[in-house]
Design a protein around this ligand. Structure first.
Ligand code: ZN
Length: 42
């Protein structure tokens, strides 16, 4: 049961900017896809 709660508490990995799915390789604290992060970095 604890495992189910753990997965339910995970935030959806979607870019907050464009809504694109964020690749699992990104760190959990990132909320933007590579494309949108590139715009900020530039
Ligand atoms: Zn994006």
């Amino acid at each position: 049961m604890k495992t189910l709660e753990f997965y339910r508490n995970l935030p959806e990995k979607e870019c907050r900017e464009c809504g694109s799915e964020i690749k699992e390789q990104h760190e959990s604290y990132l909320y933007e896809c590579e494309h949108c992060m590139g715009k900020h970095e530039a």
